[in-house]
Design a protein around this ligand. Structure first.
Ligand SMILES: [Zn+2]
Length: 231
């Protein structure tokens, strides 16, 4: 199974998934290219069915589980056991047979889940601090940031519907070298698969100025934002 074939099949299925965030597209390229060991999405049940079928056709290991999300605001969601208004499907896809382990970890051990997803260990171990900030996560990250910020670490683009290059990873800081390296590997994977338009659109979104309000609300800045990025 060639990397291009995996990328085309998964991206074709993703194109029909209205509940899938654009930010995951470079992650799919990196997974197809062998630069990322696993994928994890939270999508609607019908989109989970589409992605499950595509992964099965590619003979990948894939698992799904119904979950309930509790929105804390400003893009921060928590998985909870009780029914909420937002019932979704958690889907994980791996190349080896670790999908079951990843699915279990997603629900009980965020550190193991992050490591199985190929995230840098420093970022995975810092996630509890970001989770404690909940809807204030953007302000928490900006507290100790150098300005401007490396566009590779722009986790805010995903929140205004942009692509960006860091996928769903929360960097431990806005100057984390390991997270920048991870994001670069997503960009490089898209380029090496010939997905140059995806790579450039992701880079363009990552460079777009962002406004973060005093309450932590993230939006794409119309003119000069409160957060600027460099490449
Ligand atoms: Zn880090």
């Amino acid at each position: 199974m060639s990397a291009s074939h995996v990328a085309v099949e998964l991206l074709r299925a993703s194109a029909e998934c209205l509940s899938l965030r654009l930010a995951v597209l470079p992650e799919i390229a990196a997974f197809a290219n062998g630069a990322k060991p696993a994928l994890r999405f939270v999508v609607s049940p019908s989109d989970a069915t589409r992605l499950h079928a595509a992964a099965t056709r590619l003979r990948l290991d894939v698992r799904t589980k119904p979950i309930f999300l509790s929105s804390k605001g400003n893009g921060w969601n928590e998985i909870v056991s009780g029914p909420t208004e937002s019932s979704q499907e958690l889907i994980v896809i791996t190349r080896d047979n670790s999908a079951g382990r990843l699915l279990d970890a997603e629900l009980i051990d965020a550190v193991e889940a992050g490591l199985l997803l190929g995230y840098p260990e420093c970022c995975v171990r810092a996630l509890s601090g970001i989770a404690a900030a909940a809807d204030q996560w953007a302000l928490h990250l900006l507290e100790n940031a150098n300005k401007p910020i490396n566009a590779r670490l722009n986790r805010f683009a995903a929140e205004w519907g942009g692509i960006g290059l860091i996928g769903e990873l929360f960097p431990c800081s806005l100057h984390c070298a390991a997270a920048a390296c991870y994001a670069q590997s997503l960009y490089n994977s898209a380029i090496s698969l010939g997905l140059c338009r995806l790579a450039e659109a992701a880079k363009s979104d990552a460079l777009a100025s962002v406004s973060v309000s005093p309450l932590g609300r993230i939006s794409r800045a119309k003119a000069k934002g409160t957060v600027e990025f460099y490449w």
